[in-house]
Design a protein around this ligand. Structure first.
Ligand code: RP5
Length: 163
């Protein structure tokens, strides 16, 4: 895998980083080069569009977009790029992230966003790895090893219950 960022990790505010860093950590674990940016659909709309329309030419293959509240960033980015977009509903102080979830998941037909659970940034990172792995046998093998480690962990915990 080249050093060019394959995944663009964006979020509406730096206040989303404590959640979104889990996606970055998953990508780092798998050695996936990625870039991180704060891009707000509401406060920097032109920057958001510029990011989305230049994403393919810059070599990005997947975009992970996290936002909270009126979370329009993932959907608007998906409307301006052909790349797969994974949306992360970031939970805020009120409404337990339900506002974020519904804002991201309920997309109109024709403009898909793959939405993970509220706060599910780690799974967003892992899903990005799986998407990239469809064309990368080494990444596919790393994902298989990771899944095997999950399996082994469950068996260890199971055995510990009866120890
Ligand atoms: C959203 O507004 C951001 O994604 C963030 O979750 C939320 C609050 O942003 P700040 O007021 O903390 O900058 O657009």
């Amino acid at each position: 895998m080249s050093d060019t960022p394959a995944v663009g990790l964006i979020m509406g505010s730096d206040s989303d980083w404590p959640v979104m860093r889990l996606a970055a950590e998953a990508l780092t674990e798998f050695g996936v080069p990625h870039e991180v940016s704060v891009i707000s659909a509401h406060r920097t709309p032109q920057r958001m569009l510029d990011y989305a329309v230049t994403a393919v030419d810059r070599g990005l293959q997947v975009i992970i977009a996290g936002a909270g509240g009126a979370a329009h960033l993932p959907g608007m980015v998906a409307s301006a790029t052909v790349l797969p977009v994974i949306g992360v509903p970031v939970p805020l102080k009120y409404l337990d992230g339900m506002d974020s979830l519904l804002s991201i998941v309920q997309m109109p037909a024709g403009v898909p966003v793959a939405t993970v659970s509220v706060g599910g940034a780690r799974n967003a990172g892992l899903l990005a790895v799986r998407i990239l792995a469809t064309a990368d046998p080494i990444l596919r093998s790393k994902m298989a090893d990771f899944q095997a480690s999950l399996h082994d962990l469950v068996l260890e915990k199971d055995a510990a219950l009866r120890a």
